[in-house]
Design a protein around this ligand. Structure first.
Ligand SMILES: NC(=O)c1ccc[n+]([C@@H]2O[C@H](COP(=O)([O-])OP(=O)(O)OC[C@H]3O[C@@H](n4cnc5c(N)ncnc54)[C@H](OP(=O)(O)O)[C@@H]3O)[C@@H](O)[C@H]2O)c1
Length: 269
């Protein structure tokens, strides 16, 4: 049984705040400290907030895991300011997009245990999909502790090749936006078909929500089978799918979209 760690969250914005809520609710840590120049108004029971870096560093000596959740563009400066408080065997867990393990090794040293994670926004409601990669210095126990923290906000997969994180970002990191755009597109098409804007949006939104819940309720059923289950040969659904699947239409479009996101991730890194 892995011992509960003392954790410190650096940056308590949208993603950090969402993770913090789940960690508090699930009692995953022995002690939680947060450093953010403007701590949230929300009351997090048992969490110690610091807006002053000196006070934070003075009290962080027993921290086992530092979770880095600030914007990528200020990450280097923030690492410099917390470095005096980071013990040589403490784990640095970063959720920042595009910030590589080697960039953290340059800041903290190559023997510092490091885990890089790409979460996504459904983590805010405990339905996130995270993918993590560890450096050679992270121990099994530290990976287990990170696994527990990330499972509190959804599902987690581990990969060994950090280069995969650009593709991961393109699929699950950016993916929620594709689904929201699907809702917009279905609603616009429904309007074209004669529905009011309001009714069409309700139908599109609830269809995506219901379909996702159905897929979640049948984890063993493939997406292909779920699709076939609602497609009668020669029926209305088949007529629509003939358009979406003609010459791999939607698959090709999605491939181009995900390739563009992956390329952008590579450029930003
Ligand atoms: N949101 C997402 O969907 C998502 C998905 C995957 C990964 N991420 C990653 O998560 C990280 C945070 O993103 P976010 O969307 O949560 O951003 P955010 O809402 O802007 O949160 C960043 C937080 O850090 C605070 N901060 C600013 N300067 C700081 C400093 N010197 N020390 C400590 N905290 C400081 C910010 O305070 P102020 O607001 O007062 O500046 C803010 O509360 C990013 O690296 C991003 O790449 C986000």
């Amino acid at each position: 049984m892995t011992q509960k760690p003392n954790i410190a969250l650096i940056g308590c914005g949208k993603m950090g705040g969402a993770m913090l809520r789940s960690w508090v609710n699930n009692s995953v840590a022995n002690k939680i400290a947060v450093f953010d120049p403007a701590p949230p108004a929300e009351d997090f029971a048992g969490v110690t907030f610091y807006s002053d870096i000196t006070a934070f560093c003075e009290n962080a000596a027993d921290t086992n895991i530092f979770i880095m959740a600030v914007k990528p563009q200020i990450m280097a400066d923030v690492c410099t300011s917390i470095k005096p408080a980071v013990a040589a065997d403490a784990l640095i867990l970063s959720i920042a997009a595009g910030q590589t393990i080697s960039s953290f090794e340059e800041r903290f040293g190559s023997t510092q245990p490091l885990i890089r994670v790409m979460p996504n926004t459904p983590a805010a409601i405990g339905k996130g999909m995270s993918v993590a990669v560890a450096n050679a210095s992270a121990s099994e126990a530290q990976m287990q502790q990170a696994d527990i923290l990330l499972k509190a906000v959804g599902k987690i997969e581990w990969v060994e090749d950090e280069a995969l994180l650009n593709a991961v970002t393109a699929v699950s990191g950016s993916g929620p936006a594709y689904i929201f755009h699907l809702i917009e597109a279905m609603a616009a098409a429904g309007e074209q078909a004669g529905l009011s804007a309001e009714l069409s949006m309700t139908l599109a939104r609830e269809t995506v929500i219901g379909s996702a819940a159905l897929a979640a309720s049948e984890p063993e059923t493939s997406a292909e089978q779920l699709r076939k289950n609602v497609t009668s040969p020669g029926g209305t659904t088949q007529a629509a799918l003939d358009v979406l699947m003609a010459e791999k239409g939607l698959t090709d479009l999605m491939t181009r979209a995900i390739t563009a996101a992956k390329k952008r991730g590579e450029e930003l890194a």
